[in-house]
Structures are given as structure tokens and as C-alpha cells.
Design a binder for this molecule. Structure first.
Ligand SMILES: Cc1cc2nc3c(=O)[nH]c(=O)nc-3n(C[C@H](O)[C@H](O)[C@H](O)COP(=O)(O)O)c2cc1C
Length: 401
């Protein structure tokens, strides 16, 4: 990698990912759905928020450390689970190493391209993400494998509706990178020789299989094979969520909450944490930006569960805004993927350093010695900014009609 591999913003990591990756791989990372309204609102909403800085009595040192689901972390940013990280030969292992090197948690997707055992070896602070897919028996098996591997928490992601149309077009991604697929892929690969070279050095082609959902003794299915099974699984009820919670005796996060009543039900189902999330705008387009929904959800949940947010986080200032408005920590999806694509493990470390420095700098300007001192008054919230969707009510009250 060139001497100038370091980048100063996440926007620059994105530009490098775009230059480095074949077009279809880059657009698979960008994702989004339908008009891309939610995808854009996730970032635009952060930009609508302002700060209220001080000029004197500023703290000489700032404390960024916190805990999430019992794990001590050095900054309030986790790696959000994202599927098949074949943008780099080391994929999830490189991502996990970077998170470990910077003192934070690795969220490992159900559809990861690397075995959970290898990822936990790279970062013992790994949370394993599950989709509702297959039978209860197969899901119990996958959770058992994750537990045996030593993961420290479970993330259950429920916000997915299987719509995939995008006005800007969806990329062609082969089921397997065999010779036939490579021939079709070649024109794009040849325009990005450095990306191909990265894989050529390892003697392997990008692997599009998902080993953590393999049946015992069977080969890992392909991503699209697993996706097909997921699509055919009847969606879960709250009773199913409670069942899953009972199978897991450790910390349990429910990811994908947008509504107040769903937040309440997640707490009632025994969630240790929830993530206010719309899957990075990849799901139901028109869902408001997560940062607009956060204050209402944080108020309804109170201290009955930890509240995280993911969606649109690109700067340390975004993290500080989310914490001031009620999040305990945030998770990053695309920012980490662009870092990985731009410069492997070092690129993800670079992204985490950008966020750490940005958080530190915002704390300094706001006159806050610790992330735990942040409060809503630190942020300028324009009128009409927040959204509250779903019926409010107290946690533990009967289910709304
Ligand atoms: C390419 C891509 C793949 C993703 N795969 C998963 C996944 O396998 N499991 C999951 O829970 N969320 C997945 N997500 C959603 C992220 O965990 C996270 O919610 C989202 O990316 C946050 O928004 P951001 O990208 O703006 O940070 C994916 C997101 C992207 C962009």
C-alpha cells in the first residue's frame, strides 16, 4: 500500500473504495432501496443538527470509554454486522482485528464470509448477529455454535422485507465466483487490478459462501442460497422473539427498531439493548432517519435497556449528536466497509481513529469532559426535526391493538 494510504475523512474512504472496487462490488456496499429516501435522510438529518460550543473552561482531557452489553470499550462506536465482506481477502477477520486494535466490539453478520471461531479469535469482543431464518432447531444450532465460539452477545436483526428494487439499479453479483462467473465479471475486475491482485496474492478467489449458517457436517451454503432460505422462512412473531431470547443466556440486542411500541415490546421480550436502525436505508424506503426517531425511543425505553443507534454515522460529530440525544453508543456499517475496501485492517482502524478524534474534538468544543456528560442542550435541534412513530405507552403495559 502506498505511503499516503491514510485518509482524513470517511468521505475520502468512500472515494477510495469506489476507485478500488469493481463497480458492482462498490454498488453492493452502497446498497439502499427504492428512491433511496431513507438512505439519504440518515445522513442528511445529522447535518441538520448543530452544536452549541463554549470558548473557555474547556476540559484538557476527554473520556470516551463506555460499556455496551457488559463489554468495556474505548469509544462509543461498534462495528455493525454487514454481510459477506469479500471486499478484502481477510474480510471479517481484518474488520475484527481492527476493532480489537482500537478497543471496540465487532458485530459479525449471520451472512459473514468467515467462520465465527476465526473472528472471535481475532476479537474476543464479538457479538454474533442472527436473522430469523430456517427452523427453530437450525437457529438454536447456530446460536449454540456462536456460544461455543465464545461470542459475548447476540444481535437479532428483524427489519427486513425482501424488497430489492433500486431506482439506480442493482449490481450483478454471482452466486459463486467460478470460471463462468469470472468471465462475466472480468471486464469490471480488469479495471480494478489492485483489488484482484489482493485476492491473487492469497491464491484464492473472493468467497461468497456463508459458513456460519452451514448445517453440521455440510458445506457452507452460498450467500444467495442462504438468502433464499431466509426469504422463505415465515417472519417471526413477538412470541418467536421471546423464544429466541430464552435460548440465549447472555446479552441480547434487538436491531432494527423504528417505532415506539416496538421498542417497548423489545424491552418486554427481554432485550438487553435495542438498536434504533432502518438497516442503513436498505429496507422499507420512507422510514425516517434513525437520529430523528432516537429521542422518542430513548424516552420510552428509559433505563430499561441500552439504546444504540445505527444509520448515517460518518463523523465523530454524528456520534456526539446521537449520544447527546439519548444513545449509549452507535454502530457503523458503510463507514467500516469503505475503510476495509480502501486499506484493509488499517483502513478500518483509520475510520475508527477519524471517529475517535471527531468525538474528542466535539467534546472539547462543547466543554464536556466525558461522553457521559453529554445532554440534549449540547445540540441544536431545529423545529420539526424529530419523529415519533407507533403508539406510546409504558413498558410492561398490555399490547396495543
Ligand atoms: C452492504 C451492507 C450489508 C449489510 N448486511 C447486514 C447484515 O448482514 N446484518 C445486519 O444486521 N445488518 C446488515 N446491514 C445493516 C448494517 O448493520 C447497519 O444497520 C447499517 O449499515 C447502518 O447504516 P450505515 O451504513 O449508514 O452506517 C448491512 C448494511 C450494508 C450497507
Amino acid at each position: 500500500m502506498a505511503a499516503n494510504a491514510w485518509f482524513e475523512t470517511v468521505a475520502e474512504a468512500q472515494r477510495r473504495a469506489r476507485r478500488h472496487l469493481p463497480k458492482s462490488v462498490y454498488s453492493a456496499l452502497l446498497a439502499g432501496s427504492e428512491r433511496g429516501r431513507t438512505y439519504h435522510d440518515n445522513t442528511a438529518a445529522f447535518a441538520e443538527l448543530g452544536f452549541a460550543p463554549h470558548v473557555a473552561d474547556l476540559p484538557a482531557k476527554r473520556d470516551l470509554a463506555t460499556t455496551v452489553m457488559g463489554q468495556q470499550i474505548s469509544l462509543p462506536v461498534l462495528i455493525s454486522p454487514t454481510g459477506v465482506q469479500a471486499v478484502h481477502p481477510d474480510g471479517e477477520v481484518a474488520m475484527a482485528r481492527a476493532a480489537a486494535a482500537r478497543g471496540t466490539i465487532m458485530g459479525l453478520s449471520n451472512f459473514a464470509g468467515k467462520p465465527v471461531e476465526e473472528v472471535v479469535a481475532a476479537n474476543p469482543q464479538t457479538f454474533f448477529q442472527m436473522y430469523w431464518m430456517g427452523t427453530r432447531e437450525t437457529m438454536a444450532g447456530h446460536m449454540e455454535r456462536a456460544r461455543d465460539a465464545g461470542v459475548k452477545g447476540l444481535i437479532v436483526t428483524l427489519d427486513w422485507t425482501f424488497s430489492h428494487g433500486r431506482d439506480w439499479g442493482s449490481p450483478w453479483i454471482p452466486d459463486r465466483l467460478d470460471l463462468k462467473a469470472l468471465a462475466r465479471f472480468a471486464p469490471q475486475g480488469l479495471t480494478r487490478p489492485r483489488w484482484l491482485l489482493g485476492f491473487a496474492r492469497t491464491g484464492r478467489l473472493p468467497d461468497l459462501t456463508v459458513p456460519n449458517v452451514a448445517e453440521p457436517g455440510r458445506p457452507a451454503p452460498t450467500f444467495f442460497g442462504a438468502y433464499g432460505e431466509w426469504m422463505q422462512t415465515p417472519p417471526p412473531s413477538w412470541e418467536d422473539v421471546r423464544w429466541m431470547r430464552e435460548q440465549w443466556d447472555g446479552p441480547f440486542m434487538l436491531k432494527g427498531v423504528s417505532r415506539l411500541d416496538d421498542a417497548r415490546r423489545a424491552v418486554d421480550a427481554g432485550a438487553t439493548a435495542i438498536s434504533v436502525s432502518n438497516h442503513g436505508g436498505n429496507n422499507l424506503d420512507g422510514t425516517p432517519a434513525t437520529i430523528r426517531l432516537l429521542p422518542g425511543i430513548a424516552r420510552v425505553v428509559g433505563d430499561q435497556a441500552e439504546v444504540l443507534l445505527d444509520g448515517g454515522v460518518r463523523r465523530g460529530g454524528d456520534v456526539v449528536k446521537a449520544l447527546a440525544l439519548g444513545a449509549r453508543a452507535v454502530m457503523i456499517g458503510r463507514a467500516s466497509l469503505w475503510g476495509l475496501a480502501a486499506n484493509g485492517q488499517a483502513g478500518v482502524e483509520n475510520v475508527l481513529d477519524i471517529l475517535r478524534n471527531g468525538i474528542d474534538s466535539a467534546l472539547l468544543g462543547l466543554g464536556r469532559a466525558s461522553i457521559h456528560d453529554l445532554e440534549p442542550g449540547d445540540v441544536l435541534v431545529p423545529p420539526g426535526f424529530t419523529r415519533e412513530i407507533g403508539v406510546t405507552g409504558e413498558i410492561g403495559s398490555p399490547r396495543d391493538a
